[in-house]
Write a protein that binds this ligand. Structure first.
Ligand code: K2U
Ligand code: ZN
Length: 169
């Protein structure tokens, strides 16, 4: 398994729209393993393929306390959303050190293929529901800071560019 580099905002590749996975083959299974290694190493609870510069509809998630309940969503589609929404504080491995409130559905139902290519439907509430919505935005080329005001977003872009310049020097 390998650690994969995570794209950092405002990298334009984060805004590419992912295409459906055509086959759950050896390439995809290796990518799934590498994405989990990368997510756990980065202390994340979710990671979308877009964030590692692979523009296919694939998400890995583990919201468990023990970090032992991996969830793979291939070609995920939200098929139901709750009536209620709430604002939750979100972060993103592609926007390190930035946290802010985003309104999401309290619960969602998602149909997807699992890591073996079998069709599944999952009901998500709480943090899992937030994470699923956050990751599915990534597959559409959307980063959570785009829900914030233009002023906040510009300040974040400036801060990220400074961080990246410092890392290069
Ligand atoms: O970058 C990512 O897509 C991983 C996200 C997933 C996530 C975002 C918002 C809310 C829940 C999950 C995070 O960066 S993982 C880091 C994290 C961990 C716990 C709570 C919030 C953020
Ligand atoms: Zn993110």
């Amino acid at each position: 398994m390998s650690l994969l580099p995570i794209l950092c905002y405002p990298d334009p590749r984060l805004h590419k729209v992912a295409k459906p996975v055509q086959a759950v083959d050896a390439r995809i299974k290796t990518l799934i393993a590498d994405m989990f290694e990368t997510m756990y190493d980065a202390k994340g609870i979710g990671l979308a393929a877009t964030q590692v510069d692979v523009h296919e509809r694939l998400i890995v998630i583990d919201t468990s306390e023990q970090r032992d309940q991996p969830l793979v969503l291939i070609n995920p589609e939200i098929v139901w959303t709750s009536a209620d929404k709430h604002v939750n504080e979100e972060g993103c491995l592609s926007v390190p050190g930035i946290y802010d409130g985003v309104e999401r559905f309290d619960a969602v139902r998602v149909s997807a293929l699992d890591g073996d290519g079998a069709a599944r439907t999952i009901e998500a509430q709480g943090m899992l529901a937030v994470c699923v919505q956050h990751e599915m935005d990534h597959l559409l080329g959307k980063v959570f800071v785009e829900y914030l005001s233009p002023l906040k977003r510009d300040r974040i872009k400036t801060k990220m560019r400074k961080l990246q310049r410092a890392e290069r020097s």
